[in-house]
Design a protein around this ligand. Structure first.
Ligand code: PEP
Ligand code: MN
Length: 337
């Protein structure tokens, strides 16, 4: 249920109303926008007398909503969420008109590799570095990532370049190892690992939540809700393609997800054209299309030697190809402005 307050309601009046609502066993999310204050009532609102509430002289209108995602819902929180990471010169914002490119290898393979890629993507305009240390591989016989050592190398790369780092977690039991990471990624395969999501909801780091391979947008938003309902409101959604029957591309990039999600939620939305297509040649057109569709950012795989990459070489760009993509994307951004 959503209650919109009239303009000019004082803080005391608002607090009294919130206390009264909370005494009826609902959580109240207060969103103070520039134009109006909106109260999102979360929980069992069936006992709230909608007529009584609508009749209060400080209430402009009350609506019952059926969408099950409350914290992520734009109706409760009309303004875009802006997520900030990094410090000083390396501070990066994402969302609310702030566009960000995250780039780096699928997996961290060695110190030389991650440092070389970090330096080159920074030089071409990436604002964050990605790299998997714990890799979710289909086969247990494939490279599983350097694990704790990989995280250590990412921190080295951040120290040298200043780029904040994004890396995937696979188990809540590893959370302590991620204490220095800037953004924790939840991969497609774990989008509905609810115990992991709840645990991440109790940490204070932004979470990049990737869409599951066959997840609907509502399921993606409900997964964000798992994180947010535990108190962590810093969630970035990621469209990375969904599985379909055609196999010219690894997945089908659902670009309509960008404007659809922007209507439904205030959370930033980034697009991953690398996992969406699985083919390096297709990354540039899809990165450009995602930018034009209004994405808040991109996450792109880049490798200094894609042919010998231990994971996802076919979809990885060389540093030179990435530089070209970044410059095209920036041109599109400037036209859009
Ligand atoms: C990744 O980002 O390296 C990854 C495994 O992505 P996804 O979870 O989207 O498959
Ligand atoms: Mn990958």
């Amino acid at each position: 249920m959503i209650a919109v307050l009239k303009n000019g309601v004082t803080k005391t009046q608002r607090d009294n109303l919130v206390h009264w609502l909370e005494s009826q066993n609902v959580k109240v999310h207060v969103s103070e926008g520039e134009m109006q204050t909106v109260l999102g009532l979360i929980g069992d609102t069936s006992k709230i007398d909608i007529d009584l509430l609508s009749g209060l002289d400080i209430i402009s209108n009350v609506t019952r909503i059926s969408e099950p995602f409350k914290s992520a819902n734009r109706r409760f929180h009309p303004d875009d969420t802006v997520i900030e990471v990094g410090q000083g010169e390396s501070k990066v914002k994402i969302g609310g008109g702030n566009f960000c490119i995250i780039a780096g290898p699928c997996s961290v393979e060695s110190e030389e590799q991650i440092l070389a890629v970090a330096r080159s993507v920074k030089a071409s305009g990436a604002q964050m570095l990605r790299g998997g240390a714990f890799k979710p591989r289909t086969s247990p016989y494939d490279f599983q990532g350097l694990r704790a050592e990989g995280l250590h190398l990412l921190l080295e790369a951040r120290k040298e370049t200043g780029l904040p780092i994004v890396t995937e977690i696979m188990s809540a039991s590893h959370l302590e190892l991620f204490s220095e990471v800037d953004i924790i990624q939840v991969g497609a395969r774990n989008m509905q690992n609810f115990e992991l999501l709840k645990e991440l909801g109790r940490c204070d780091k932004p979470i990049l939540l990737k869409r599951g391979m066959s997840a609907t947008l509502k399921e993606l938003l409900m997964s964000a809700e798992y994180i947010m309902s535990e108190g962590n409101e810093q969630v970035i959604l990621c469209e990375r393609g969904i599985r379909s029957y055609d196999n010219y591309t690894r997945n089908v990039l659902d670009l309509a997800a960008v404007p659809v999600l922007q209507g439904l939620t205030h959370l930033p939305i980034v697009v991953d054209p690398s996992h969406a297509t699985g083919v390096s040649r297709l990354v540039r057109p899809m990165a450009c299309a995602a930018t034009a569709a209004g994405a808040d950012g991109l996450i792109i795989e880049v490798h200094n030697d894609p042919v010998h990459a231990l994971c996802d070489g076919a979809q990885s760009l060389t540093p030179e190809q990435f530089a070209e993509v970044a410059s095209r994307v920036n041109e599109i951004r400037s036209i859009m402005h």
